[in-house]
Design a protein around this ligand. Structure first.
Ligand code: MN
Length: 220
């Protein structure tokens, strides 16, 4: 039986992401860390063909209904897969440098300005002790924004109260240590400069249009 999930190739080369993400860090992060999550998730799902074909968003937002024996692996490795998918798609090697459209208006309303958002995002990332993720999340109707930082491979999709994320920044040292050592703030400011605002806006519009997979939002 084929695996439930594949590791999608990266949509870009490392070159244009430097110096925030260098070639070696990108390769280890994607082909090492992310692949390990996909492999662990596939191993856990192998005995459950009835779950194959279900999206990662559906598995996480419906975690409570999964067989008890695989809930922890789906929470951890599935959370890791979803978080990294969003991370890779949420950065770009060209395109707009700042939000526009509805998302720009919401950022201004909810954080005062794009600069206010950046400041709040870095602050939330620094306040998360240890490994984790910082997310820009919205509600299931795409009407309000919030910054949420979770430990480990925590997912904003998990019940109860799961919500879709528009963007995700990796706070694990494997994401930034080779370039920035312990300096998470500089990493996060660099990440903000790579954000694919077109992708975040597309996700917001898809959520508003109801193109959702339960609470999971549109396919990452
Ligand atoms: Mn990572």
């Amino acid at each position: 039986m084929p695996d439930a999930f594949d590791l999608p190739p990266l949509p870009y080369d490392a070159g244009p992401l430097a110096p925030t993400i260098d070639t070696a860090t990108l390769a280890v992060h994607h082909d090492g860390h992310h692949r390990a999550y996909v492999d662990a998730l596939n191993a856990a799902l192998a005995p459950y063909p009835e779950l194959h074909g279900r999206s990662i968003e559906a598995l996480l937002s419906g975690l409570d209904a999964l067989p008890a024996g695989i809930q922890q692996v789906v929470r951890q490795a599935g959370g890791g897969h979803a978080n990294h998918q969003l991370f890779w798609k949420g950065i770009r090697t060209g395109g707009r440098l700042s939000p526009t459209g509805d998302l720009a208006a919401m950022i201004e309303r909810d954080f005062g300005s794009a600069g206010g958002f950046a400041e709040a995002f870095v602050e939330a990332g620094l306040a998360r002790f240890g490994s984790g993720w910082a997310f820009l999340v919205t509600d299931p109707h795409g009407q309000a924004l919030e910054i949420v930082a979770l430990p480990d491979e925590g997912s904003v999709l998990l019940p109860p109260g799961g919500r879709p994320a528009l963007l995700a920044a990796d706070l694990w040292e494997h994401a930034y240590y080779p370039s920035f050592r312990q300096d998470r703030a500089t990493w996060l400011r660099g990440w903000l400069g790579l954000v694919n605002w077109d992708y975040a806006e597309e996700r917001l519009q898809a959520i508003r249009a109801g193109e959702t997979d339960r609470l999971g939002g549109p396919a990452i």
